[in-house]
Write a protein that binds this ligand. Structure first.
Ligand code: AHM
Ligand code: MG
Length: 335
């Protein structure tokens, strides 16, 4: 037996959820069970993505989703796995997925008290190149007496009880936060089959000279956005550009290193590209709870934005507090 000490007191996500539940005397355990189902769906999706090239899951499925994006085979599989996990949890009444035009209502669970919105595999245009993709999720508690329809989800992000995302990269990472709580980062230990709390209470650096946006769209940008981006490049010490094109990966880096991620609304996409319910709002809760900011293209706090339709889009700027403030200040100047 070697003399090195091993850590025998590991905080797994499973343990964390159990301990959280016991802290809340009024808790019924429903939320914990829902999180177990979420966790299982992440493990499954990670597993299929790892094996995709080996078992011929690359390429298109031959269909397109609600907004006309070509669906990848893995988009379909990720969506099916996620829906099945939410259904079998018995705790979800309504589910909105990027890959489903209509909200899915689980009538077999009329008393379930939660609603979930998700992008099962975000960044899927990068899949065949082996770039990191991930799952984004938002959990809402249904209002007392809600009828279980998609209107139950047309709420500001500030109403979410939990939100987060995974990134299936060199290892599978899970970032999760609850309303008003800390942001915790977990790393999947494949041998144990458990998410291990490796990044407790994540805080985003207050500033950092990194910007992340698709500058190929700058022809369509409004004046303040152009001025902002230009100011970064002309700064005394110019910023670094980092853009993966997979929001989960760009967000994960931004959370760890600081900087700003932007996908502004522009003349070509006046409502922006990213979806409010399952892309912008959950990311906004993560960034705010980590000490950063997240706003839309009108400079409103992202978590106050109420979608009119379940697949509504928004412009977004999110990241380090000071970096987002620069965007706000330049917009103010333009009035
Ligand atoms: P998807 O949900 O179809 O994968 O699209 C969302 C993705 C984000 O991950 C990423 O930030 C953005 O689209 C990239 O868009 P673009 O290729 O226009 O830069
Ligand atoms: Mg997406």
């Amino acid at each position: 037996v070697g003399s090195e000490k091993i850590n025998v007191d590991i905080m797994t996500l499973t343990r964390f959820l159990t301990e959280e539940q016991t802290k809340h005397k009024e808790a019924t355990g429903d939320f914990t069970l829902l999180c177990h189902a979420l966790q299982f769906s992440f493990k499954q999706i990670a597993y299929y993505i790892r094996r995709a090239s080996l078992i011929n899951l690359g390429g298109l499925a031959g269909s397109s989703n609600t907004t006309g994006d070509d669906q990848k085979k893995l988009d379909v599989i990720g969506n099916d796995l996620f829906i099945a996990a939410m259904r079998s949890s018995g705790r979800v009444r309504i589910l909105v997925s990027e890959e489903e035009e209509e909200a899915i209502v689980f009538d077999e669970h009329p008393h379930a008290r939660y609603a979930v919105a998700c992008d099962p595999i975000d960044g899927s245009s990068n899949l065949d190149a082996g770039v990191s993709v991930g799952t984004i999720f938002a959990v809402y508690r249904l209002a007392e007496g809600s009828r279980g329809s998609k209107e139950d989800l047309l709420l500001p992000g500030s109403e979410m009880v939990a939100a987060g995302f995974t990134m299936y990269g060199a290892s599978a990472q899970l970032v999760m936060t609850m309303r008003g709580g800390p942001v915790n980062g977990y790393t999947m230990d494949n041998a144990l089959g458990e998410f291990i709390l490796t990044h407790p209470d994540m805080k985003i650096p207050k500033k950092r000279s990194i910007y992340s946006c698709n500058e190929g769209n700058s022809k369509y940008w409004d004046e303040p956005v152009l001025e902002w981006c230009n100011s970064l490049k002309q700064a005394e010490k110019p910023y670094s550009a980092r853009y993966i094109g997979s929001m989960v990966a760009d967000a994960y880096r931004t959370l760890l290193y600081g900087g700003i991620f932007a996908y502004p609304a522009d003349k070509k996409s006046p409502k922006g590209k990213l979806r409010i319910l399952y892309e912008c709002a959950p990311m906004a809760m993560v960034f705010e709870n980590a000490g950063g900011q997240a706003i839309n293209s009108k400079m409103d706090r992202m978590l106050t934005v109420v979608p009119e339709h379940i697949h509504d889009r928004s412009g977004i700027f999110m990241g380090s507090y000071d970096e987002v403030q620069k965007v706000i200040d330049i917009h103010k100047k333009h009035g």
